[in-house]
Design a protein. Sequence first.
Length: 196
Amino acid sequence: MKFKSAVIGAVALLLPTLAQATPQTWTLQNAVFVDGGTATGTFVWDADTQTIGDYQFSVDGGYTTAFAPTTYSRTDIGGYAIFQTLDTLLFVFAKPDNTYSQDSERDLYLSVVSPLTNAGGTIALDLTNENYAAGECFECNPYRPFVSGSVFAQGVNVDPGGPSGIPEPATWAMMLTGFGALGLTLRRRAAAALAA
């Protein structure tokens, strides 16, 4: 009976590990500004803790006199990312920029139409929000909105070296074989106890 309890306990401990969610890497897709410029890049979002991890964006083209090509990155000195819950979701990636003034800050607004979850999927950028439509700005003057774009995540950690919430097929096979062997052992012990 102690052996059976130990097996049930081991399975109970294993199941939460298998279901554990992992932060997702979201990729900006088809993001085009009103002036023809484009933005590409990725950011890591953990929906459970509502925190932003690493991020890297490149912005190029369009009205380059006001919006010179640049990158947004967590490694930028003075750069930072914030997440705010408003009437939609808003991710703001900021960096210092001296184009307009010594204290000017250049911001990339990625507002989305529905929450980003660790399940992944494709979520459109919010292009119509009156206060926080997706776009780029210097202290929001000048400002250039996106006219298209979305963010996409696989929904599982595809990094072969990283942790994953879903076991690989070989792991499932090993687990099923082990559970089958445990079941057979328990059945034989029960039959032996009845025979005695």
